[in-house]
Design a protein around this ligand. Structure first.
Ligand SMILES: C[S@@+](CC[C@H](N)C(=O)[O-])C[C@H]1O[C@@H](n2cnc3c(N)ncnc32)[C@H](O)[C@@H]1O
Length: 276
């Protein structure tokens, strides 16, 4: 439970400065602000989101406008984004591979069904079941497996659902090279119900926290599907594509750094081989 208590935002307004001892948070700046707490926690403690404030605000705005009858979340963790999905949706299916997740969150959200396991296996039967029942699936958040292949597969499973109402898919960490590649590789174009895909609905950042310093993370991609087929042109767009490319080049290790890293990796690999 100690780890869970660290995942709660008790203050109305919280700033995490760069000299904070927490390597996962130092330098994040403003991490909680009063309006979000008012919207979601109603005077109680807010669960910690693994997302920036603009991403939180974007999710809350979309959910508030959509008021989904059915929503899916891939990647529950400590329930940060789930508290928003639960508040604005009638029924939420939240998937996480970690069996501790539902135990830790407990009975905080009455309208959430937790599905434990790999989303690659859990999504197909869930999508089939929703489709057969004519469910009004209006929202999905992709924030589970962050490998390019994992992201691509999660999206492709969601794309098997033929929309019954406007269906909004948000994909977190669209600024991360792996996730961005996975989003790009998904089968959007062949799906006639996909109207638009914007990679940088909220652009990401070069991460300032010590544990992920100089890595590209964050960002929300948005896809919009409708029950009507698309008319006309389709192309994935990315407002921050140039920023992404420039940042990717800037954070790439220099040649001497790569040589040193390779040099250090060789003896490590040799030791591992001797140990096995
Ligand atoms: C970044 S966290 C989710 C954060 C959460 N959406 C939030 O904003 O607070 C990613 C979660 O995805 C889960 N995960 C990773 N790979 C997965 C997979 N293949 N299937 C289901 N869940 C997975 C992890 O266990 C982790 O809890």
């Amino acid at each position: 439970m100690e780890i869970f208590s660290r995942q709660i935002c008790r203050d109305e307004l919280k700033i995490v400065h760069s000299d904070d001892p927490d390597p996962l948070r130092a330098g994040l700046g403003m991490v909680c602000f009063p309006l979000m707490k008012r919207a979601l926690a109603n005077g109680k403690n807010m669960l910690w989101w693994w997302m920036g404030l603009a991403e939180q605000a974007a999710i809350v705005f979309i959910l508030d406008q959509l008021r989904p009858k059915i929503a899916i979340e891939i990647g529950t963790l400590f329930g940060g984004s789930l508290q928003a999905l639960s508040k604005y949706s009638d029924q939420v299916y939240s998937i996480d591979i970690d069996p501790e997740v539902p135990k830790v969150i407990g009975n905080l959200f009455a309208n959430v069904r937790y599905l434990t396991g790999n989303s690659d296996y859990l999504l197909p039967p869930l999508i089939d079941d929703l489709q057969q029942n004519g469910a009004e699936l209006a929202f999905a958040l992709v924030d589970g497996d962050h490998s390019a292949n994992g992201v691509r597969k999660d999206i492709n499973h969601l794309l098997r659902f033929r929309p019954t109402v406007p269906f909004y898919i948000l994909m977190h960490d669209s600024f991360n090279p792996e996730c961005r590649a996975g989003i790009r590789a998904a089968d959007w174009e062949n799906n006639p119900y996909v109207q638009a895909v914007e990679l940088d609905f909220v652009p990401g950042v070069v991460n300032p926290v010590p544990a992920f310093r100089n890595q590209l993370w964050g960002g929300l991609a948005l896809a919009i599907l409708t029950p009507e087929k698309r008319i006309g042109r389709f192309a994935i767009t990315g407002l921050a594509e140039l920023t992404f490319q420039i940042a990717s080049r800037a954070v790439q290790p220099t040649l001497p750094q790569r040589v040193i890293r390779k040099g250090l990796a060789l003896p490590r690999r040799a030791i591992r081989r001797l140990q096995n």
